[in-house]
Every structure is written in C-alpha cells, then in structure tokens.
Ligand binder design. Sequence first.
Ligand code: ADP
Length: 265
Amino acid sequence: MDGTKRVVLITGCGKGGIGYEYCKAFASHGCYVFASDIPDRLHDLADLASESVEPLELDVSSDESVAAAVSEVLASRGRIDVLVNNAGVGSTGPLAELDLDDIRRAWEVNALGQVRLVQAVAPRMAARRSGRIVNVGSVVGAVATPWAGSYCATKAAVDAMSDALRVELRPFGVHVIKVVPGAVRSGLGRANAERLAARSWRLYEGFEDAIAGRAGASQVGRATEPGVLARHVARRVLSPRPPRAIVFGHMTGLFAALAWSPLWL
Ligand code: ADP
C-alpha cells in the first residue's frame, strides 16, 4: 500500500456517467480512488478496478450504507483526502404533475445524500486540518428550467449548502469546491431525454414538440463530454490553491455570473 497517494472517495460512479470519468481522472493524477455506487450498479465499476481504483458499495440515501462505506475506506487507507459528492438522480416532468415520491427521491439522493457524506467525512478532515470536498451541482440550480423544476431545486440546495459549508470549514483547512456543469453528454441527460420522449403530460398538449423545438438539437450539440469535464475538475481540485467554484460548459459562466452573488465570501 502506498501511503503517500491521496485518497479520493467518489459517489455515483456507474458507467456512462460523469462519476465514472472522475474516477479515471483522479487516478491519472496519482490518487487512490474509491469508486462507489449503489449495489445495482456495482458491476459497472468492474472495468475501473485497478491498483489505484477500488469499487465500493455506497448508497448515499442510506445512513447505514454511508457509515459502512466511510468506515471501510478509513479502515483500509486511514483517511479521506478528497470527497466527490457526485451521485444524483433526475426527476423530469412538469412540477404540477410530478410524482411526490420522485421529488422526495431527488432530495434524498441529490441534496441529503451530499449532507450524509459531509457529516461522515468533514469532522475527520477538520481534525486533520486538511481535505477537499467537491459538491456537484448544476447550472440549472441557478437557472430554473421548465420540466426540471424538482431537479433544479435540489441543485439550488447543493449550491446554497456548498457556500455555507465553504465558510464553515475554511478555518479548519478544508476546502469546499462546488462544481457547476452545464449540459453534459452523460447518464442523466440521456435518462431525461428518454423520460421526456416516453410521456405526454396531461397539462401540456404538444409537450414533445415544444421540447424538440426549443431544447433539442442546439443544446445537445453543445453538451460537454463527461471525460473533458472530469479531467478539468480533477486538475483544479488537486491544484495547490483550489477554486471555490468550477463552472464548466456552454454559457454556464454567463448564467452563473448573472445568478450568484456569494462568490466573494
Ligand atoms: P450524470 O453522470 O449525468 O450526473 P448518471 O445517472 O450517469 O448521471 O450518474 C449518476 C450516478 O449516481 C449513477 O451512477 C447512479 O447509479 C448514481 N446514484 C443514483 N442514486 C444513487 C444513490 N442513492 N447512491 C449512490 N449513487 C447513486
């Protein structure tokens, strides 16, 4: 075991998503990576397994699973240098018609999932006066997007929590970095498109046409490749002076500049 490698724990690393690419990117910087996901997706992680990437079961919506996974990492490596809160689920559809259980699930995974991990990991980082916590949000947290109102709300919560956490943990030498991607050519984007295609919503006649006409080709064409985003994030998170926010993707800088004031904190 190489004790000098930085230990990175990443959530939501199933194949096809950004988390999978984060694992490769952090490993390429010489880190030891715990690549985690829910039990159903663990088979996806087999390709990643190597001398510097170790698959790990971790369901961010379960207190027990988070406690067990963090204990396992600490027992094996003694510390966590970087936590990447990446796991997420979508909830696509008009807010007035979305299933409440879908909305609850999105909060449970996207927002509370990050809190669970932070509560399990941050006190140990603070005690060591060292660590980096990366919370993955989305530009739609700053720019409300029709048919993604529930998802947007959870990402707005990630944004607000990350800003508070950054100020709270700074005195203890722990950096909190929020990542704000725009459209990414990855799992959630595809899942949303499929769900949109599969349903016609009661309230909105002609919904699919509207989506195809407005949100279609131009946005998708400008979506970022997950590997490009992941490599950029890993490099900046591991730099000696990590940034407070990493805003990445077509037009995201402009949206963020218009929407946020607290960057100066
Ligand atoms: P994207 O990479 O575009 O954000 P994905 O759907 O590919 O979207 O990635 C989200 C990841 O989060 C998936 O690997 C998924 O299995 C994972 N995930 C979903 N729910 C949970 C959960 N409760 N705990 C941990 N990971 C989860």
